[in-house]
Design a protein around this ligand. Structure first.
Ligand SMILES: Nc1nc2c(c(=O)[nH]1)N[C@H]1C(S)=C(S)[C@@H](COP(=O)(O)OP(=O)(O)OC[C@H]3O[C@@H](n4cnc5c(N)ncnc54)[C@H](O)[C@@H]3O)O[C@H]1N2
Ligand code: MOO
Length: 408
């Protein structure tokens, strides 16, 4: 009798990480507007100061702040106005004690000025005199040279995933093209005599292919380029042919279905027949997703994901997604929120158990409710906001227990 040799998810992740530790991914330069969600290839240092000059953050009067100390509406300071700074232009103006000049928001501070009084706290008495009705502290209402980004500062580390604010900062530093990791190339083979493409007419006993699409979408969201997708019958030769073709063009191949112990479950043999080292994991102590297969042929990672649609996507998220982050040398952080269990939940003994959940806000408390269903019901995931994890050694979770909800 052949039983699945089950590792913990933690052990499986470590083995996968170890197996692909020498993997390298080349860089490419892309225009910053195409760089959203891409992963920075090497540390990026700023070659300039942002801002490149001391500037005002309000419309008002540039002053030497000492001249305003103690000023108030009842006891104002009177300063001599020596001119106006023009927006977008350098200024030759220089302040001496007792003088000020007008500066617009974003305008350059004149020499010797270390703060700005907002116009609301001033009154123009005549062409030469302004009455200052408040005191400002040094640097108040200003952005100093290099205060946003200092020259030489590492602003993005290797492995950082670029977000909209990052794209703006690159533009602010005058960088219009950025070196990022090339996209990982990933392909998907859905196996099963019963599987048909979504656009085909369905016959009794057949099932429309969901896994190719959910897995492709998940991989695209993780920054992969989908270079191949196909449905293949449960046939060793056909699967091997397709695998060979896709391994040539991919860094990662996902095979959905055929991972279990049935006579037609040929994924493991197909991978092993293609080269060394072959399958190094078959079976992980998780629910759902126990029959998962992981192999390596040449430099390509091949995952045999369980055919059940929920199992396939959960294993993708907990294992494949983890490898992808690792290959991109990016942060392993999965966003989660904390909530309180609304009910007791029993767990699968001896397995790390992933339970789909929803959150309801009740009297200011985030209550977590399980979404029930079987691993063949993908809508269970569409009805859920995320999942909770019950550790192998935990018997379950009790009502009121604070729990992390990992968000989809
Ligand atoms: N004797 C045993 N039987 C099973 C075990 C076991 O340990 N011993 N494990 C069960 C578990 S758990 C799972 S999960 C499944 C995994 O089976 P396979 O990976 O071999 O997947 P299939 O049998 O091919 O398919 C399972 C199920 O999912 C449907 N499916 C498959 N591909 C797709 C697709 N692309 N889109 C939508 N639906 C798909 C398929 O029609 C089946 O209904 O094995 C258990 N059995
Ligand atoms: O554990 Mo299997 O992966 O449900 O459904």
């Amino acid at each position: 009798m052949e039983l699945l040799n089950t590792l913990t998810m933690k052990e499986a992740r470590q083995r996968v990480k170890e197996a692909f530790k020498d993997f390298t991914l080349a860089p490419e330069a892309v225009p910053i507007l195409d760089a959203l969600d891409r992963i920075v290839y090497e540390d990026i240092k700023s070659t300039i100061n942002v801002p490149e000059f001391n500037r005002s953050t309000v419309d008002g009067y540039a002053v030497i702040t000492k001249d305003t100390f103690g000023a108030s509406e009842g006891l104002p300071s009177f300063l001599q106005m020596i001119g106006e700074v023009e927006m977008g232009k350098p200024t030759e103006l220089a302040l001496q004690p007792g003088v000020c000049c007008y500066v617009p928001t974003g305008g350059m501070l004149p020499k010797n000025s270390d703060g700005v009084v907002m116009v609301e706290y001033s009154e123009v008495l005549d062409d030469d005199t302004v009455c200052i009705q408040t005191s400002v502290a040094p640097k108040e209402n200003t952005l100093q040279l290099g205060e946003d980004i200092a020259e030489g500062q590492v602003i993005f580390k290797k492995g950082h995933k670029l977000r909209p604010q990052d794209i703006g900062v690159l533009a602010g530093m005058g960088i219009i093209s950025v070196k990022v990791f090339k996209k990982l190339k990933l392909s998907i083979i859905s196996t099963g005599d019963e599987i048909i493409a979504p656009e085909e007419k369905i016959e009794p006993g057949q099932i429309r292919d969901m896994n190719t699409y959910s897995l492709a979408a998940a991989a695209m969201r993780d920054g992969c380029e989908i270079v191949g997708k196909a449905v293949v019958k449960d046939n060793l030769k056909l699967l091997q042919e397709k695998l060979r073709e896709y391994m040539e063009i991919s860094d990662i191949v996902l095979v959905s279905g055929g991972s279990s112990m049935g006579t037609k479950d040929v994924t493991k043999d197909a991978i092993n027949g293609l080269g060394e080292p072959g399958v190094f994991i078959h079976g992980i102590a998780v629910k759902p997703g126990k029959p998962t297969i992981v192999g390596k042929v040449g430099g390509t990672a091949v995952f045999g994901l369980p055919g059940q649609p929920v199992s396939a996507l959960v294993v993708y998220q907990t294992l494949v997604g983890d490898l992808i982050k690792d290959l991109y040398k990016t942060d392993q952080y999965i966003p989660y929120v904390l909530g309180e269990m609304a009910v007791n939940i029993a767990s699968a003994p001896g397995r790390e158990h992933y339970v789909m959940v929803n959150i309801s806000q009740e009297k200011g408390v985030r209550k977590i409710y399980p979404v029930h269903g079987k691993s063949g019901m993908l809508s269970m995931m569409t009805k859920s906001i995320g999942y909770i994890k019950i550790d192998t050694n935990q018997e379950g979770l009790v009502k009121g227990q604070t729990t992390e909800v990992y968000l989809f």
